[in-house]
Design a protein around this ligand. Structure first.
Ligand code: ADP
Ligand code: MG
Length: 258
């Protein structure tokens, strides 16, 4: 993507983002709360209510901006939501079969592939028969997103805080599955996260720091380690000088500080 600007109508949240992710690569986008990480995911996927006001986003040479969301999906873009939506009445196997066929591919035996993928990441098979995401826990929804990703085999996946709600074993399994996809099907990945914890499991080739709608630093995996030690304060993030905390950890003296 080049010079990507956008957000919601009348309010620019992304203020010029340049990023190139090659097939098979994992790039991480880290940043404090409210820096625009999810907005980036929504603008890339073309979520209604969000818009790009300038710039270009291409996938294997095809311009995605201006296309409806379903066309972007057909072009090979996949988004794992930060907050996956419950869709009553929609059977996951049927939805995936429809998506594969609509994208010009063979659906094959989707239920069998779903079962195989579910067992690879420890997602309970009985949950596959529920309507899409209905009554699943936060962590189960994240695993369900990963199962869908594995069956759909897109060209490029944006993972918006896939780590949130996952315990360490689930996180490891999900990260391993995504990494395998980068090797097996040359999947490109933009892994959005708030915590360096994910990046210990899903090892990124490149780490970007997003603050206030701009990429303010780019580096190797060592950048994630540095952020773990010193937080986002050095990058001018307002009020973020003490973070980020590891999941479960609290600042010294408890939530209110020393
Ligand atoms: P992050 O995912 O990095 O925590 P977001 O992209 O969700 O941040 O949000 C970035 C900023 O844009 C925040 O200030 C947020 O309140 C605002 N924002 C995002 N989406 C909307 C929306 N649909 N309506 C109003 N404000 C929004
Ligand atoms: Mg977010």
């Amino acid at each position: 993507m080049q010079g990507l600007r956008g957000g919601i109508p009348g309010h620019e949240i992304l203020r010029g983002i340049d990023l190139e992710v090659l097939s098979g690569e994992v790039h991480a986008v880290m940043g404090p709360n409210g820096s625009g990480k999810s907005t980036l995911a929504h603008v890339l996927m073309g979520r209604p209510g969000y818009e790009a006001s300038a710039g270009s986003v291409t996938l294997d040479g095809e311009e995605l901006l201006g296309l409806p969301t379903w066309r972007r999906a057909q072009a090979g873009l996949f988004l794992a939501w930060q907050y996956p939506v419950e869709v009553p009445g929609v059977d996951p196997a049927e939805a995936l079969a429809e998506a594969l066929v609509a994208g010009g591919r063979e659906a094959g035996d989707v239920p069998a592939r779903l079962s195989a993928e579910a067992s690879r990441i420890g997602f309970e098979e009985r949950l596959l028969t529920r309507p899409l995401n209905v009554d699943l826990s936060g962590g189960e929804k994240k695993r369900n997103e990963t199962v869908q990703l594995s069956v759909l085999q897109p060209r490029f996946a944006v993972l918006d805080e896939i780590d949130s709600g996952l315990d360490i074993d689930a996180l490891r399994a999900v990260a391993r599955r995504v990494e395998e996809a980068t090797v097996d099907s040359d999947l490109g990945v933009l892994a959005i996260t708030h915590y360096p914890r994910l990046l210990k499991e899903l090892r990124p080739d490149v780490v970007h720091v997003l603050v206030d709608g701009r990429i303010v630093a780019t580096g190797g995996p060592a950048l994630a380690e540095e952020l773990e030690r010193s937080g986002y304060g050095a990058y001018g993030a307002p009020g973020a000088s003490e973070g980020p905390w590891e999941v479960g950890a609290l600042p010294e003296g408890g939530p209110l500080g020393p």
